[in-house]
Design a protein around this ligand. Structure first.
Ligand SMILES: [Zn+2]
Ligand SMILES: [Zn+2]
Length: 366
């Protein structure tokens, strides 16, 4: 990739609510000895990017200044600081873990840097995202891609790492377990694939949109993922009854071992808790309304373990890469739309219309 010192850095900037503008930004500089200058090759659009575009805020974060969107990216190394290891040579393709933690707090040192209060996460105000031609990232937040893994798959490691964190660290899915996932968006589908790759005996994905459930096909080589179309159910007890009827009471034990909500929708949260066997674990992975009604008597009586899950932490990206490299999870089928860098507005319109599963924007060319 030709690169000139006096070049500008074309970037997609959220300039005002609902307005994305392609602007020349200054070329990012190598600051620390282990920094890498990367040419971005692929960026997936995330629900959070769309949320910032439409509402200018998400949870506690509000956009108060122009913000570059995007955080699900892969890139090629252009140059590096003097302190990088030999595997980060120019031309190497990498997946980017898009958050830089403080590295010094107790949680960072415990490997749980997703909970670092000093985290600088891409496209989370005021930190700019990766939907730009060039980005500088520290080398330890970049993971080199082997020959057999494409840069497009590299960008997909971000949502896959979210699924790895849910299923490995939080739900701790073990071989032989029954797992229910509410929601067949990218994260729900990838959670299901990770659960299957971890040896779950039965994995069921639930969604109200039938076409989304089709995407479980070919997602993993570790056995079939079951689906349950919940559009006809009027409340959570009908979802739970329907699931138990279809899947043998969710097998011996009277319910799922693990249930994950990847929607943030109240009825889905209630269904996930309802479908668990006594002693089961519920993990909240989706972000929706902050205050929802949860059946707490059932949580107490069944000794349900309730956990959260947020982004990814130590080892999750490496595990996501292993799953793709060893062909246990195939992320390619989830990429339903591809756009050129100059077509980012159209790409966001596609996501806004709720079309497809994952929309990818290619990197800027000359
Ligand atoms: Zn994301
Ligand atoms: Zn920290």
């Amino acid at each position: 990739m030709p690169y000139h010192e006096d070049e500008s850095n074309p970037s997609w900037v959220l300039t005002s609510p609902q307005t994305l503008t392609l602007l020349p930004r200054p070329l990012p500089k190598l600051v620390h000895p282990t920094d890498l200058l990367l040419h971005i090759t692929h960026t997936g659009i995330c629900g959070s990017d769309l949320h910032y575009l439409l509402h200018h805020r998400l949870g506690p974060f509000t956009v108060t200044a122009p913000l570059i969107l995007g955080h699900e990216s892969s890139g090629t190394i252009i140059s590096h600081g003097p302190g990088t290891l030999p595997q980060f040579s120019p031309g190497t393709r990498v997946a980017i873990e898009p958050g830089i933690p403080c590295r010094y707090c107790q949680r960072c040192k415990a490997g749980r840097y997703n909970l670092c209060e000093g985290m600088k996460f891409a496209a989370t105000p005021p930190v700019d995202g990766t939907l730009a031609k060039y980005v500088v990232m520290p080398a330890d937040m970049c993971i080199p891609l082997p020959e057999t893994v494409s840069s497009e798959e590299g960008a997909m490691l971000e949502p896959l790492a979210v699924g790895v964190h849910v299923m490995r660290s939080q739900a701790a899915v073990s071989p032989g377990e029954v797992v229910v996932v509410m929601g067949a968006g990218p994260v729900g589908l990838l959670c299901a694939a990770v659960a299957k790759a971890r040896g779950a005996a039965e994995v069921v994905v639930v969604d109200v949109v039938k076409s989304r459930l089709e995407f479980v096909k070919g997602l993993t080589t570790c056995g079939g993922i079951e689906t349950f179309h919940s559009a006809g159910c009027k409340d959570s007890s009908e979802v739970v009854e329907g699931l138990k009827e279809r899947f043998g009471g969710l097998r011996v034990g009277g319910g799922a071992h693990k249930a994950v909500d990847a929607t943030g929708v109240e009825v889905c949260i209630q269904s996930a808790i309802g479908v668990l066997r006594p002693g089961g674990t519920f993990v909240q992975a989706g972000m929706g309304r902050d205050l929802v009604q949860v059946p707490m008597v059932e949580v107490a009586a069944k000794e349900i373990v309730v956990k959260g899950s947020f982004r990814y932490a130590a080892g999750d990206y490496e595990e996501a890469l292993r799953l793709v490299k060893d062909q246990l999870v195939d992320v390619r089928g989830l990429i339903t739309h591809r756009f050129k860098f100059t077509e980012a507005v159209e790409a966001f319109e596609t996501v806004k219309r709720g079309e497809g599963v994952k929309v990818i924007i290619e990197g800027a060319r000359d």
